[in-house]
Design a protein around this ligand. Structure first.
Ligand SMILES: C[S@@+](CC[C@H](N)C(=O)[O-])C[C@H]1O[C@@H](n2cnc3c(N)ncnc32)[C@H](O)[C@@H]1O
Ligand code: SF4
Length: 331
């Protein structure tokens, strides 16, 4: 990156921080925007949020729940409480959704569940790549093998993000999987990346909770130099504080397609309560401003929240900003 580009990027990031009023959101938003047109689209959606408009101009990303099956039962994750049926997304459905999307910042290949369990995951990545989409997968990484890593990289995956919350016994206690084994799998993936596609981004998502907040600094000093980015994400709590503000998430331009085609407004909705459309029958772009979606934004704008939104909250910690900054504070 030239000095001019680096300076322009730093200036733009400064503006993004001011606009988003949150370092965490600004950095993620900025990182996900690849071009100036991406930034303009996100900026216009953000303007609609500030003005509390019920419709937004752009679909910016789609989350495909490749599966809601999982091989772990992490202590902080609501996945085990899920009451909806479990299954795997049909690659044909993924293709129909992605054909309809236009320009996206990213296609996310997970929601609640472990995407590496999907037997046709490389095919789904290949479909997305052929359609010109950048792909982003969050994974617990525990099922990685050298051949699966090769298949994911060769299929054209753009970013892989490993979920690692804490070091050593902390991680092992929370995830029920040995930290040392996971560390070796990630280091092996990094070697495969270097060999097959050095442009593939490798990130880490670290859930900050009472169990992990004290390890944030030591974790950064160990993993910071190994990967391209670490996101410290406060744990969702679903119950602590009442909401006072409309939620930014509904204006971000992102929709979640569950494995069976049901579309929900937000990844926090792990049980699919707030259905806003059906991707097996409707186009994803029409769902962005569908009647249920518009009603949901209008309700938020008038501070009328359903129980999921009312009690959607995050662990408050001095170590990181909340992902949904300001959502619990009064105006
Ligand atoms: C639900 S998981 C699905 C992908 C995969 N199974 C994994 O663990 O990476 C997606 C992300 O949500 C995070 N997560 C799980 N429970 C959470 C919670 N209560 N609060 C915040 N993030 C959570 C995980 O750590 C992971 O980074
Ligand atoms: S965090 Fe991921 S791996 Fe852990 S139980 Fe939830 S979905 Fe499964």
């Amino acid at each position: 990156m030239s000095v001019v580009e680096a300076t322009a990027r730093s200036l733009a990031l400064l503006v993004a921080r001011k606009v988003a009023r949150n370092r965490q959101i600004a950095e993620v938003l900025f990182d996900r925007c690849q071009t100036s047109s991406d930034l303009v689209r996100s900026g216009l959606n953000h303007l609609a949020y500030l003005l509390r408009l019920p419709k937004i101009p752009f679909l910016t990303s789609v989350m495909l729940e490749t599966t809601n099956h999982c091989n772990l039962r992490c202590r902080f994750c609501p996945s085990a409480r899920m009451s909806r049926p479990r299954g795997f997304m049909d690659p044909g459905l993924a293709e129909r959704v992605l054909r309809d999307c236009g320009r996206l910042q990213y296609v996310y290949l997970y929601d609640w569940g472990e995407p590496l369990l999907h037997p046709e995951l490389p095919s789904i990545i290949r479909i997305a790549s052929r359609l010109g989409h950048r792909t982003f997968m969050v994974t617990n990484g525990t099922l990685l093998t050298p051949s699966l890593s090769d298949a994911l990289i060769r299929a054209g995956l753009s970013t892989i993000c490993f979920s690692i919350d804490g070091l050593d016994e902390t991680y092992t206690y929370l995830r029920g999987f040995d930290y040392g084994v996971l560390e070796q799998k990630v280091l092996e993936f990094l070697r495969a990346r270097k060999r097959l596609n050095p442009n593939l981004r490798v990130e880490i998502n670290y859930v900050v909770s009472p169990d992990t907040e004290r390890q944030v600094e030591r974790f950064t000093s160990i993993w910071g130099a190994r990967v391209d980015h670490i996101t410290f994400q406060p744990m969702l709590t679903y119950s602590r504080v009442r909401r006072f503000r409309h939620c930014r998430e509904l204006w971000k331009g992102s929709l979640v397609v569950l494995w069976d085609g049901a579309v929900v407004a937000c990844c926090v909705d792990y049980d699919g309560i707030l259905k806003v459309g059906d991707a097996t029958k409707e186009s994803i772009t029409s769902i962005l401003n569908s009647r249920p979606m518009v009603r949901l934004r209008s309700d938020h704008a008038r501070k009328r929240f359903c129980s999921l939104c009312t009690y959607c909250s995050e662990f408050e910690t001095e170590f990181v900003d909340g992902r949904f900054d300001g959502r619990m504070q009064a105006d």
